[in-house]
Design a protein around this ligand. Structure first.
Ligand SMILES: [Zn+2]
Length: 260
């Protein structure tokens, strides 16, 4: 992994400095792809978009703040920058609080936050923790799932899979299967059966879709095509001019587009 420049931000409310590092390139061995679209790569940190000032508790969109580290790679780095805290991901409670405070100014921002909440709940499951703290927690989760599914775009295949997955999470197994069966995309048809199988087993919860120890399947599973190295840019793009050698589009990661 090669680290990219560290961005430095100043809280517009209290002036507190905080930073966020980026990765210039990472050598990925694939990653753990989950049924909710999360791709966990051990060598690549998740991208951070919404955070909270640790000093004054103001929620801040990083993409709306000015990176004051304009002279990238210039040394020595200012001592006050070195001392600054790293920006943190919001917890489930903080994400709900951010929504309540009206931090989402449009549907895409609301979708981003609600998706983070959905994924954080699922992280509990994939980390073998208790899914819900209490009945209210479950109710909050359910309301978020329903609100998120209404924000997702059915015409976008990746998002349509998420709508199907949310229906499975909510126990609407027949609806999940119906939605999954509307998908016919040669790049992602390999996952359809996995969702359908879990529905038939009446399993509501997030599952791992791939075996990261195996190479990622290609569109054709052709043995002469080398297993592609997942490249975030490629995954993020919705470019339909792909060739056979390009990696499959993983049903994930439309964060970049959401924030466009
Ligand atoms: Zn602040």
């Amino acid at each position: 992994m090669i680290l990219g420049p560290t961005s430095v931000y100043k809280c517009p409310k209290c002036g507190n400095l905080f930073k966020n590092s980026s990765v210039k390139s990472s050598f990925s061995m694939g990653g753990f792809l989950y049924s909710d679209g999360q791709l966990i790569e051990s060598m690549a940190p998740k991208s951070l978009t919404l955070t909270k000032c640790q000093k004054c508790n103001t929620y801040l969109w990083l993409n709306k703040l000015e990176d004051i580290n304009t002279k990238k790679w210039q040394h020595p780095i200012k001592p006050e920058w070195r001392k600054a805290d790293f920006a943190k991901f919001l917890t489930i409670e903080e994400n709900f609080d951010a929504l309540k405070q009206g931090i989402a100014e449009n549907k895409d921002e609301e979708k981003y936050i609600r998706k983070q909440i959905w994924w954080e709940y699922n992280d509990r499951k994939s980390e073998n923790q208790k899914m819900f703290i209490d009945e209210n927690d479950e109710l909050m989760w359910r309301e978020n799932c329903i609100a998120l599914s209404k924000l997702l775009n059915f015409n976008d295949t990746n998002q349509r899979i998420m709508i199907a997955e949310i229906n499975r999470n909510l126990g609407n197994f027949d609806k999940c299967i119906d939605i999954i069966n509307t998908i016919d995309d040669t790049e992602i048809n390999w996952v359809k059966e996995k969702y359908i199988t879990e529905c038939k087993k009446k399993n509501k919860w997030v599952i791992l879709l791939n075996n990261p120890m195996e190479s990622f399947p290609t569109r054709t599973n052709s043995p002469e095509v080398e297993s592609p190295e997942p490249d975030t840019d490629d995954i993020l793009s919705k470019d339909d001019t792909h060739t056979q050698e390009k990696p499959i589009k993983l049903p994930k990661l439309d964060i970049g587009r959401l924030m466009d």
